[in-house]
Design a protein around this ligand. Structure first.
Ligand SMILES: Nc1ncnc2c1ncn2[C@@H]1O[C@H](COP(=O)(O)OP(=O)(O)OP(=O)(O)O)[C@@H](O)[C@H]1O
Ligand SMILES: [Mg+2]
Length: 316
């Protein structure tokens, strides 16, 4: 699909689903239907940035949902995950878990533009921002000597902000028991190394990412989404070290807004259709590079198709 094709699809982007007979909760970007011991996650085309929903990106939902499923399959040997089936390109049927209250962020490079980014903290002189020592002399976008964990709390409710955590705080506050946290650390680093290796083969650098883990009984599983350009930063390999890297993730949007004077304070200007199409096109590049398949949108009007699929899964 060309950028022009994505632009034409903007008006039909999937805002939300409505299946009133089923219990639903809405996250910023996903509608979550509760089926008892399973959840049906609907990846919509809503785009969140600056802690709010900014607009819609055509086919964002199906590209990211399918890519996440691809990554779950490509990492199943490292850790169990929640995915049971993908009954529609926008849907994931998953095991319902008790989410652990920590967002497990892993970083391979020192970068970012916001006040709380690792690069800005380092520039401001911090050398142990998450309790992890960083060497002197790093420049923006340098690889870290080893990938590091920079966990945060999982903010709940509108306007909730993720708060930085160290390993010691996670244990002292009893957010996760020690033996479990050690398994999570090992799993996160193994996932990230696999992610970097597979991304490189596809012409990308996996810069950083966020994992969520949950418990089903006492089984630890990986939940939420995996290595999508929404939960991760991707740079093109070819552009690395030729100035600012080419962004294939939400950083592209943040920079676009920053160039127009918006850096997160107050109300952002609306998402222009051209920018929505550009982002979709970039997400499709990551999908195609990794899966080796051309991206073709699922046929039919999205909302009717997805709602039909939701009813089928819930009824069956
Ligand atoms: N297997 C699972 N079991 C339980 N909860 C899950 C599972 N997988 C994902 N979730 C949760 O479902 C929600 C997905 O919704 P979404 O990503 O739209 O929300 P968000 O914007 O990240 O956060 P919020 O829900 O606070 O708005 C997340 O809160 C995520 O933690
Ligand atoms: Mg989320």
């Amino acid at each position: 699909m060309t950028k022009e094709d994505f632009l034409k699809a903007v008006p039909e982007a999937l805002e939300a689903t409505d299946v009133p007979e089923l219990p639903v909760t809405r996250g910023k970007v996903r509608d979550v239907y509760d089926l008892g011991d399973r959840l049906l996650l609907v990846a919509t085309d809503r785009l969140s940035a600056f802690d709010r929903v900014l607009g819609r990106v055509p086919y964002r939902g199906q590209i990211l949902n399918r890519l996440s499923a691809w990554w779950f399959a490509a990492t199943r040997d490292l850790i169990e995950n929640h995915l049971i089936a993908v009954p529609d390109p926008n849907l994931s049927l998953v095991e319902k878990a008790r989410p652990l209250p920590v967002e497990v962020v892993v970083r391979g490079y020192i970068t970012g533009t916001t006040k709380t980014s690792l690069w800005k903290l380092y520039q401001a002189g911090e050398r142990r921002p998450y309790g992890v020592p960083l060497p002197e002399g790093l420049r923006k976008n340098d690889p870290l000597p080893e990938p590091i964990l920079t966990p945060t709390t999982k903010a709940t409710g509108p306007g909730g902000r993720d708060e930085r955590l160290t390993r010691e705080e996670i244990l002292a506050r009893g957010l996760v028991p020690q033996a479990l946290w050690e398994r999570i650390e090992a799993a996160a680093l193994a996932l990230f190394r696999r992610g970097q290796a597979l991304a490189e083969r596809a012409g990308f650098l996996l810069v950083d990412t966020k994992y969520e883990f949950g418990l089903v009984g006492d089984r630890l599983i990986l939940i939420d989404e995996l290595h999508t350009p929404d939960s991760s930063r991707y740079w093109s390999r070819a552009s690395y070290r030729r100035g600012e890297p080419e962004h294939f993730d939400k950083e592209y949007l943040r920079l676009w807004y920053a160039e127009r004077g918006f850096t997160g304070e107050g109300t952002p200007p609306p998402l222009p259709p051209e920018l929505a199409a550009e982002l979709a096109w970039r997400y499709a590049r990551v999908f195609e590079g990794l899966t080796g398949e051309p991206f073709r949108p699922a046929p039919g009007p999205q909302r009717a198709r997805v709602e039909r699929a939701i009813r089928e899964v819930a009824g069956g």
